[in-house]
Ligand binder design. Structure first.
Ligand SMILES: [Zn+2]
Length: 299
């Protein structure tokens, strides 16, 4: 079980960050705070260059930057590769993630109709959810975090942004028409990270492909969020090994043949190939006639 967040750490970083902001503004010779105004129970800093800012906004982003600099989450397996973790290594039996802290304010990237869910479909395994959206629609970051990947991906994702979050999860935002963030940028939850489109899937309608991953392991976003309500389901989640994308697990799986099904149907349904299914079932050959209710191993 992994617990990523420690409240005492949060308070320490907050205090340090607040002090460092005060320090910076006192020594900076170009921009100075010339007034502090109270507005709707919040502080507004007024600068000598006639700009102003809510104090909590800069405190928050500085706090995130300081914390991200020292957090192991953004050091270990931090890479420009789309999948930075060694394949199939150390899949945890369970992962506990708490969202009940300052790092994890959630924003739904875009709230609209679900057009495809997580799991097997005829074209193979779908590792995320598809949300319908019009081209150019603003897509928001789900949590605070750091952008690990912001490029065109020719593996089918098109323009793709991957953000790693303080809780160790990564979120994927695919098929964007435009990317509006840079790699290594620290971003706040709700920031617009790109515009919706259909890059990488020109044959389809415009949609946002949204994934949740833990150590490259995709799992169903609906374990964590509600799309209709646009919020987190709970303040925490316990993910089990069986929640992760099953092709990464050496679990056997069997299928009972229904009327009209062939090996190529099964191959498509389970994201495998007929030759792999034949290898798993020594009693079968390409020309075997499948019987209704026959048990076939597919993994
Ligand atoms: Zn998709």
């Amino acid at each position: 079980m992994n617990r990523h967040i420690n409240n005492r750490k949060f308070i320490t970083f907050f205090t340090l960050t607040y002090l460092s902001i005060v320090g910076v503004t006192q020594t900076d010779t170009t921009i100075k705070i010339i007034d502090t105004i109270s507005f709707n129970n919040e502080k507004v800093f007024v600068y000598n260059n006639k700009t102003w800012e809510f104090s909590n906004v800069i405190e928050k982003i500085n706090y995130l930057k300081t914390t991200a600099d020292t957090s192991a989450v953004f050091k270990k397996n931090w890479s420009k590769l789309i999948f930075p973790y060694p394949y199939n290594e150390n899949i945890p039996d369970s992962v506990y993630i708490s969202f009940n802290n300052e790092y994890d304010t959630f924003n739904i990237p875009y709230k609209n109709v679900l057009t495809s869910g997580f799991g097997y479909r005829t074209s193979g395994f779908h590792k995320g959810i598809d949300i319908r959206l019009a081209k150019g629609t603003k897509v928001k970051a789900a949590f605070n975090g750091k952008v690990r990947y912001a490029r065109f991906n020719n593996g089918g994702y098109g323009n793709l942004v991957i953000i790693r979050h303080f809780n160790g999860l990564e979120t994927y935002y695919a098929h964007l028409s435009k990317i509006l963030v840079e790699e290594d940028e620290i971003i706040q939850s709700g920031k617009v990270i790109g515009l919706g489109g259909k890059t990488g899937v020109e044959w389809s309608g415009t949609h946002l492909h949204f994934e949740f991953r833990y150590r490259d392991l995709a799992f169903d976003p609906f374990k964590i969020i509600s799309l209709e309500k646009g919020c987190l389901l709970k303040d925490d989640v316990m993910l089990m090994k069986s929640d992760f994308h099953p092709s990464l697990q050496n679990q056997r799986k069997y299928h009972r043949i229904k009327s009209g099904e062939t090996l190529s149907h099964l191959a498509r349904k389970y994201g495998t190939s007929t030759s792999k299914i034949l290898k798993l079932n020594k009693n079968l050959s390409v020309n075997s006639i499948l019987k209704i209710d026959q048990r076939i191993r597919v993994r």
